[in-house]
Design a binder for this molecule. Sequence first.
Ligand code: ZN
Length: 333
Amino acid sequence: MGKPLGFYGLREAGWRERAFMETQWKRVGFLCDRLRAMLKGAVIKNKSHWLFDPRENAVVFSNFHMTPEVVARYAAVMKERGIPYLHTYPSAAIDFARILKDCDIAPPRFEAVLLGSENFYPGQREWIESFYRCRVYSWYGHSENTVLAGECEHNHNYHIFPEYGVVEVLRENGSAAINEDEAGELVGTTLYNPVMPLLRYRTGDWAVIGPARCACGRHYRLLKETRGRWLQEMLVGKLDNRISITALNMHSAVFDNVHQFQFYQREKGKAELRLVRKPSYSACDTEAILKAFRDKMGDTMDIHLGFVDELMLTERGKFRFIIQDIANETNAN
Ligand SMILES: [Zn+2]
């Protein structure tokens, strides 16, 4: 658990993947001969921290060097070149926006922000749309390539591509979830990997069944919501109780003087809340934050605060609100 599955595939699988992605993005006006800005986990060590990638027809920016000066340069490049699409993760779109805002720099005029590979938390989509003033397009996929599902022109439901993989949503007892609003684990069977086909592969990800039909007229099955690796997205309390990220209300005013935060848990019933403070942060904020969490979680969780300069990203440069690293016994049930 906790390690990505290694697998073999055909060399041309990357181009097939690309064709599926472009098919999805076209729903919000994407054209492959126009540039996109990629901010998705690349480390670029040259002096400017960005470069042009002709294979992707994209300008790739490093996520790992986003100081105010560098972000100001990124924005200038995006504006000079008139880059119409931003392709990134929710957390990076917010991070980039936050620095622009702090530096009083107007955001580049994107036609769409393409967001994949990371969970959306409540309020994030709305915030990103209102900051960049354009449509946010989101999809669900994973590196094992058994499931791909994206939004359409009309709404935010994820349309499952039946020609990509055979997708099941299974309840805990293994039967198929079929009713709208029912949740279950995503299980996928690849349709295009003769080298190492994955059959009924349990993704460990979770989805909520959507309505039967969509106004766009595509006869695809719909999912309302998807969440990655859900066990790690929860804190585990002293009584083995699970506390989900949604329950913690990340939009509370107690975080007004905090840039970013993240929970780090290694032991049941104990978690560290790591904060990147704003200059306006004071001891009163510490008190208010601890009180808010005590009120929510009672005695089931001891929270202590840690002050850091930056938060941890996963190996692939993605952000998670909860880094949970408890021994497997606790995770397995
Ligand atoms: Zn639709």
